[in-house]
Write a protein that binds this ligand. Structure first.
Ligand code: E4P
Length: 217
């Protein structure tokens, strides 16, 4: 499973990239707002920090304007992935852009039929939003399972990018459901490594090691 981080905070991204565990980045207009940065400047810095796909989202509502914005964003770096909304115009723009060889991430997916359309439009990634469905008491993970089945039934190459992840359990469940990628907020990504028994065990080993009086280097 690939791990993307869901943020436009360049400091967080650089720190996580240093671990060697980061495969890409997703941003959206709300995350750009939160960063307080200019979209093109911050995307350029992110693309420089991470070699994998970096999603930058278009904000036009009509297909030809989305295509123009997508191409402008793609000029920033080779690893830009053009993020498009799951509307008929977004799908039209997706089809046109992917036919020209651009990478695309179709976002705001809340149903299996929407995901089927995105795959038919040639999307590189489909982003089902787990957390926002859970917020409405709808099982977001069932959507991931349904999309996995449909894509496997027809051999679609579109990668399932589990988005709107809120908890470490979401990551585990998305992996079990067969998502190809999870895009995870920095705090949740860092929390994946945590376990109280790891901390407790390490503390005991360190205390015993201290008593040996030895050194390795
Ligand atoms: C995905 O690409 C989105 O940026 C993101 O996962 C949305 O998450 P949220 O529902 O927590 O805002």
């Amino acid at each position: 499973m690939k791990f993307f981080v869901d943020t436009a905070d360049i400091n967080e991204i650089r720190t996580l990239a240093e671990t060697g565990l980061l495969d890409g980045v997703t941003t959206n207009p709300s995350l750009i707002l939160k960063s307080g940065r200019d979209i093109k400047e911050v995307l350029a810095e992110i693309c420089d920090a991470v070699s994998g796909p970096v999603s930058g989202e278009v904000v036009a509502m009509e297909a030809s304007a989305m295509i123009a914005e997508g191409k402008k964003l793609a000029e920033i770096a080779d690893n830009i992935c053009i993020k498009l909304p799951l509307t008929m115009d977004g799908l039209k723009a997706c089809k046109a852009l992917t036919s020209e060889g651009y990478k695309s991430n179709v976002t705001l997916c809340f149903s299996a039929n929407q995901a089927l359309l995105a795959a038919k439009a040639g999307a590189t990634f489909i982003s089902p939003f787990i957390g926002r469905l859970d917020d409405m008491a709808i099982d977001g993970m069932e959507l991931i399972e349904d999309i996995r089945t449909i894509y496997d039934n027809y051999g679609f190459k579109t990668e399932i990018l589990a988005a709107s992840i809120r908890t470490v359990n979401h990551v585990k469940e998305a992996a079990l459901a067969g998502a190809d990628v999870a895009t995870i907020p920095p705090s949740t990504l860092k929390a994946l490594v945590k376990h109280p028994l790891t901390d407790k065990g390490l503390e005991a080993f360190m205390a015993d090691w201290e008593k040996t009086g030895q050194k390795i280097v």
